[in-house]
Design a protein around this ligand. Sequence first.
Ligand SMILES: Cc1cc2nc3c(=O)[nH]c(=O)nc-3n(C[C@H](O)[C@H](O)[C@H](O)COP(=O)(O)OP(=O)(O)OC[C@H]3O[C@@H](n4cnc5c(N)ncnc54)[C@H](O)[C@@H]3O)c2cc1C
Length: 366
Amino acid sequence: MKRIAIIGAGASGLFLAKKWSGREGGEVYVFERSRQVGTKLRASGGGKCNLFNTSVLSACYNHPEFASKLLEKVSPQRLWHEFEEMGLQMVADEEGRVYPLSQFSQTVVDVLSANLEENIHFEMGYEVRKVFSQDGLWRINDYPVPFDNVVFASGTPANMIPRNRKDYNDYLKDFNITVNEFQPSLVGFVIKDYPKKLSGCRVKVIASLYQGEKLIHSEPGEVTFKDDGISGIVILNLSAYYNRLKDKSGCFVELNFLYANPDYDVQAHLRKYHSLRGLLHPKLNALYEREPFDVKKFKMEIEGLYDLAFAQVCHGGIALDEVDDRFALKKYPGIYVTGEMLDLDGICGGYNLFFAFASALLVAEG
Ligand SMILES: Cc1cc2nc3c(=O)[nH]c(=O)nc-3n(C[C@H](O)[C@H](O)[C@H](O)COP(=O)(O)OP(=O)(O)OC[C@H]3O[C@@H](n4cnc5c(N)ncnc54)[C@H](O)[C@@H]3O)c2cc1C
């Protein structure tokens, strides 16, 4: 009889438990720090849970080559089938984002955590602080049962309460592996000399990230002006590309407020109407009247990112060359890693949950 420990009952930990439920010859113990399972799953996709995307592109991850190899093994279609087999009905929107048909994230948590067989045991409110080997088996804290295998599925400190816990994943310290520092990703930008009068304004734009003259990434979407910076899905995506830059100097966001008609002749409009009030959001127009700016190239210099507590995911984590293609730690046989703890992060649209589930699927099969 094999005993397996899963550290964390989040997206990847729950998926694993579901896959191993009822499997003969294995007892599975899931250790979860908090009192509930699937906390981030519930929060995902604004409470609707964007499970994955029907066309996951490897280029949308920080390590495209690694993602591309993963996609050869687990396609979105395969994941769809896996969830369908679990009894989850899904629907994809026009941009390929897959949601539960119920449009409610709790449905996903329920499907993954309900009706598990007797070989799955949960230890709730149990924080793992130490993992060590003894007599050829793995031990967790002072838990009385030893384990043949351990799966690290404890995620990252992104969006955590209490905020910015410095001791997150502290149990990794006893392992001789490279863990790249966690940085907030899919998060807003704090802007230098921010025009506070725009605070509260929400507009559609084409947003572009530049470093000096170089265009790093551009896409259309809705931007929200906060008290000292900007947010919104399009900005979160830019933050993922910003994080990939080693040197972040000279970065700025350029907003084109004429998203629907970038060729519109603003000068002709001004000559005819003597104002941009018919063209811009009132707050932008008020700013323009005080201090005219290029409405197709509104530059905002990046001071930095909002902190981890506001981030959807973390950039950084266990270096990808520490694991083999089945997500086992090369230096520590018997230990596996899934999900966000690994240094792979993607853009919004289901990319991060896709990775959590796909990595768990491969571990489950291994
Ligand atoms: C607000 C928000 C919205 C999001 N929306 C989406 C979306 O729509 N689509 C998408 O693809 N991604 C989304 N994400 C990202 C996605 O939720 C995560 O990438 C995913 O949940 C990671 O799964 P995981 O299994 O690696 O970790 P998690 O789901 O974070 O699970 C880790 C679990 O481990 C537990 N844990 C931590 N430390 C310990 C310990 N020492 N001992 C025991 N237990 C421990 C934690 O309490 C947690 O339950 C969103 C994230 C946030 C915060």
